[in-house]
Design a binder for this molecule. Structure first.
Ligand SMILES: Cc1cc2nc3c(=O)[nH]c(=O)nc-3n(C[C@H](O)[C@H](O)[C@H](O)COP(=O)(O)OP(=O)(O)OC[C@H]3O[C@@H](n4cnc5c(N)ncnc54)[C@H](O)[C@@H]3O)c2cc1C
Ligand code: SF4
Length: 456
């Protein structure tokens, strides 16, 4: 068994691991970045990035065989032919669900930073004070003012495009120029503003796509292909942004195919002293030592690692003294909550589930990012509700008017059936057409519409 020593070890090279590696190396530490999966080199390994749909056997879409092989991933849009290699195999890495838990994983250098939806929102004091206001759980130990400078710092480096709106519930940031709304969006935004006296709005999604050049990165070319890796470095990923910064210091060692299986703990020093690593190719076990061990293997894998690192000091797993380890976890939500700010004959609250099912029949909502992963995309979808109609996730198409009212299956309340029209072709899309399936018949899937492409 070899042994090697560094100043810091970072486990996992996804969004958080990339940032940790950048920050620690820039502060002068020699850092070992351990990644369980293969390397994906920036630009060189983005093999599908310039392909058109006609260049895939199934036009880039999903097949029955894929649905059988990926019973979890098939629950949402990531399952398709264009970047399947980048998703962890449901068969090779299965897990037990006591109740449904969607876990979409990317096991390679860059983690999910290569495939994420890039929607990037700040929490506000509404979020930090929510526990106190609602009398649930414990109060957050920080407030927006504490974290605001760090949002500034991250946004400047990552390159977030967004508009300054002055909304308390969705604080503004250090944004690059927003991608403008397209003509259809402008139309709806204008009507909404007019109808609600400016109190409810549709705004451009805040997205980690650079609209201005950053060091080593070109601005986004509006190709709508970000889940394939970007040869321009147009969107934020470990590969495009934090990894090059860490590498530039000369203090980073990156090791792909290094599965960390345990955090080593010295009971006398009462400190973590390093990690044990299984080589995914050779099965060789190696121990690495460092004064700092940063677990950035994602919520569930970092927890798994701590649980595996049980000692007689903490039989429940490293750091399990509060009994919280392994409980109350959230990996990523694909739906956020949207609430009408004021109600005047409108519903006063929309549950996330209802919003997801599209069963909220009469809501106008301001996008409000309320969860840790800032997936406001779903809230934005909910905010697509128009007068007399209701929100339905018809990406790349517009909900333009309501038709035959029908009772909601979930609530029994009378809803309204939206019809949708493609913003380019003006073709009407069937109300029953499911999310994203619209892309099949609509050239807008290559359009630049930022709001219409919110896909977290
Ligand atoms: C389809 C999709 C869309 C999303 N869209 C958005 C969005 O629009 N906005 C938003 O804010 N968030 C979004 N997210 C969530 C976001 O991607 C994650 O919150 C974020 O990537 C988490 O970062 P992380 O570093 O914790 O984990 P990851 O990015 O998952 O990185 C974890 C890394 O650790 C590695 N690893 C795991 N276990 C080990 C081990 N034992 N040893 C070594 N390495 C290990 C993994 O291989 C991986 O590379 C989206 C997620 C998905 C799946
Ligand atoms: S849309 Fe922009 S960021 Fe995304 S892949 Fe194309 S150029 Fe890159």
């Amino acid at each position: 068994m070899q042994s090697q020593t560094y100043d810091a070890i970072v486990v996992g090279s996804g969004i958080s691991g990339g940032w940790a590696a950048k920050e620690l190396t820039e502060k002068g530490l020699r850092v070992l970045l351990l990644e369980r999966g293969k390397n994906i080199e920036h630009v060189k390994d983005y093999v599908n990035t310039t392909k058109g749909p006609w260049e895939y056997p199934h036009r880039g879409r999903r097949t029955r065989a894929m649905e059988l092989a990926y019973p979890v991933l098939k629950r949402d849009y990531p399952l398709n032919e264009t970047n399947l290699d980048w998703w962890a195999s449901d068969q090779e890495s299965p897990y037990t669900e006591v109740k449904r838990f969607d876990w979409y994983r990317g096991y390679h250098v860059g983690g999910r930073s290569l495939m994420w939806g890039r929607q990037s929102y700040r929490w506000s004091d509404f979020d930090f004070e929510a526990n106190v206001r609602d009398a649930v759980a414990i109060d957050w130990p920080i407030r927006y003012a504490d974290i605001s400078p760090w949002y500034d710092y991250v946004e400047r480096h990552a390159g977030i495009a967004g508009s300054q709106e002055g909304m308390a519930q969705l604080p503004d940031g250090q944004f690059q120029p927003a991608m403008p709304l397209n003509c259809g969006e402008e139309l709806i935004a204008g009507r909404l503003k007019q109808h609600f006296d400016g109190k409810r709005r549709i705004i451009p999604g805040r997205t980690a796509n650079a609209t201005l050049a950053l060091p080593g990165r070109s601005p986004c070319q509006y190709r709508n292909a970000c889940w394939l890796g970007c040869p321009y470095g147009g969107y934020f990923s470990t590969q495009s942004s934090t990894l090059p910064a860490a590498v530039a210091t000369g203090r980073l060692t990156l090791k792909p195919f290094a599965i960390v299986t345990e955090v080593l703990y010295d009971r006398n020093k009462k400190r973590a002293t390093g990690v044990r690593v299984l080589d995914a190719v050779t099965d060789q076990v190696t121990e690495y030592a460092a004064r700092i061990v940063f677990l950035c293997a994602s919520t569930l894998n970092s927890t798994w690692l701590l649980l595996r690192s049980a000692t007689d000091v903490w039989p429940g797993g490293l750091g399990s003294s509060s009994d919280a380890l392994g409980h109350n976890l959230m990996d990523h939500t694909t739906s956020a909550r949207a609430r009408p700010a004021e109600s005047k004959g409108w519903t006063t609250s929309i549950t996330p589930g209802a919003a997801r099912r599209g069963s909220t029949s009469h809501a106008i909502a301001i996008c409000s990012a309320t969860n840790a992963n800032t997936c406001a995309a779903s809230a934005i979808r909910a905010a697509r509700a128009v007068r007399g109609g209701r929100a339905r996730s018809l990406n790349w198409a517009w909900v333009v008017r309501s038709r035959t009212p029908r009772p909601s299956r979930a609530t029994g309340r009378s809803g309204a059936r939206p019809s949708a029209r493609c913003c380019r072709t003006r073709r009407t899309v069937s109300p029953s057409t499911r999310t994203r399936r619209t892309s099949g018949g609509c050239p807008c899937w290559r359009s630049t519409a930022p709001l219409a492409r919110t896909s977290a």
